[in-house]
Design a protein around this ligand. Structure first.
Ligand SMILES: *Cc1c(COP(=O)(O)O)cnc(C)c1O
Length: 434
């Protein structure tokens, strides 16, 4: 399979380049030249398959030409070492729990698949692959966990000092081994700018064999479509689900669209956002106006210029009418999000994180005008990752902290402190070329 840039269909690369380069030089995004479809045979039997079998069928449809079957099965099985169960709050109101992975957020699916795929694609090279990633919180932890102990790879994470939560920081800094954390005296945007600049320096990228792990990497997207199919098959036969996706950069929703293109029967998609409502506004008006993000309590969705929007547009051949017949947008304030966290707990005894709460609000709105529909709201993170908000709304100690998060508290933070300027970062990189 060949991949092309959304900005220039004639710029074509193979899988290895699409995954290791991450971004085409023209600043578009890579898309597969043909969108795979799973045959009738698969859709007749998919309800009886295991999560791993569903994952393999999807991965094989995208990557089967380029990766031997045995390897692809190993990559999928290694990715899916935990489940994604559907929890039913009331008939028709379902939650898809995507937080059972090592870092308690859906990003584990994409990061684990990408790590295994990159290790395979570089297995014959004798040079170490260096993954450079800037994080505002969740991505860095998922990427660090996914690459930890993967032979032939190392990860360098840049995070803004004092701007990630205590437990998030431990997820970045306490692993050791092939994971190095750089604590930058600046904001997330400063970290991102340093990473971008490093990729522009040919000498550094070549000598360090640099690759990026950000969410626009195609290999993070495909495994996210596994769980849409896995979720649908957990519902009563015959119901076309309405997927409700709490969104920021819109990678997760794009993965849902890929699942639909593969042939999954889908009723509709809801793009649920916080006040950063660039996509809901586009669906309303037909005008796309990116703008600087504003801070909210669902901070993993604080994105003002969603990077996957161009992929979504490409999937609808740039037709606004076509996109809005499949996706509806809704946005909610922090105040509504907080009251939703309390309401879900009071009505169902269930705890949702601030991101999932935004999704649940959208699901409730949809059901009010579409009675009898079946919504599946993606629970993108475990509530224990957001103790400040959860304690404020439900009372301290209400949310039980899972063991794998709790043990991090006692681990030692190891990070190198750097200013936000280019020169010291460049020098640090240069001194770590081996
Ligand atoms: C990353 C993230 C999101 C947003 O997902 P996108 O794919 O960027 O739209 C939502 N919730 C949580 C908890 C996240 O970590």
């Amino acid at each position: 399979m060949k991949y092309h840039s959304t900005n220039d269909p004639s710029h074509q690369v193979d899988l290895k380049q699409a995954v290791l380069r991450s971004l085409p030089p023209d600043n578009g995004l890579y898309m597969p030249n043909t969108l795979p479809v799973l045959g009738a045979g698969f859709w007749e039997s998919y309800r009886r398959l295991s999560f791993r079998e569903v994952g393999f069928a999807v991965a094989n449809a995208f990557f089967g030409e380029d990766i031997p079957e045995k390897t692809l099965r190993e990559i999928v099985d290694g990715t899916l070492e935990f489940d994604a169960p559907v929890v039913t709050l009331t008939p028709g109101d379902h939650i898809l729990e995507l937080f059972h992975g090592p870092t308690l957020a859906f990003k584990d699916f994409g990061a684990r698949f990408m790590a295994r795929l990159m290790a395979y694609l570089t297995k014959d090279e004798d040079r170490m692959l260096t993954v450079l990633v800037a994080t505002s919180g969740d991505t860095g932890g998922a990427v660090a966990s996914a690459f930890h102990h993967v032979p032939g790879t190392r990860v360098i994470i840049l995070y803004p000092k004092g701007k990630v939560s205590g437990l998030q920081e431990k997820q970045l800094t306490a692993l050791g081994g092939n994971i190095t954390a750089l604590e930058i005296e600046g904001t997330f945007d400063d970290c991102q700018a340093l990473v971008k600049k490093a990729f522009l320096e040919r000498e550094i990228t070549e000598r360090m064999n640099l690759t990026s792990a950000n969410s626009i990497n195609l290999s993070r997207l495909v495994p996210q479509s596994f769980y849409y199919i896995h979720a649908a098959r957990q519902l009563t036969e015959g119901m076309k689900p309405v997927f409700v996706v709490p969104s920021g950069n819109f990678g997760n929703l794009t993965a849902g669209l890929l699942a639909m293109k593969l042939g999954l029967p889908v009723g509709h998609f809801l793009a649920a956002t916080n006040r950063n409502d660039v996509v809901p506004a586009y669906l309303d008006t037909g005008t796309y106006t990116p703008r600087p993000s504003v801070a909210t309590i669902s901070n993993a969705m604080d994105v003002g210029a969603p990077s996957n929007f161009v992929r979504m547009a490409a999937l609808f051949v740039n037709s606004w009418d076509s996109m809005k017949s499949t996706i509806s947008g809704m946005s909610f304030s922090d105040e509504m999000t907080r009251s939703a966290i309390r309401e879900v707990k009071a009505l169902h005894g269930y705890e949702v994180c601030p991101h999932t709460a935004v999704g649940w609000l959208a699901a409730k709105n949809w059901q009010a005008t579409h009675p009898g529909s079946s919504t599946i709201t993606l629970a993108t993170a475990h509530p224990a990752k957001f103790p400040d908000v959860m304690d404020a709304e439900l009372g301290a100690g209400t949310v039980t902290i899972p063991e794998r998060l709790a043990i991090l508290a006692d681990k030692e933070k190891v990070a190198t402190n750097l200013p936000k300027d280019w020169k010291p970062f460049r020098d640090w990189l240069a001194s770590h070329i081996d």
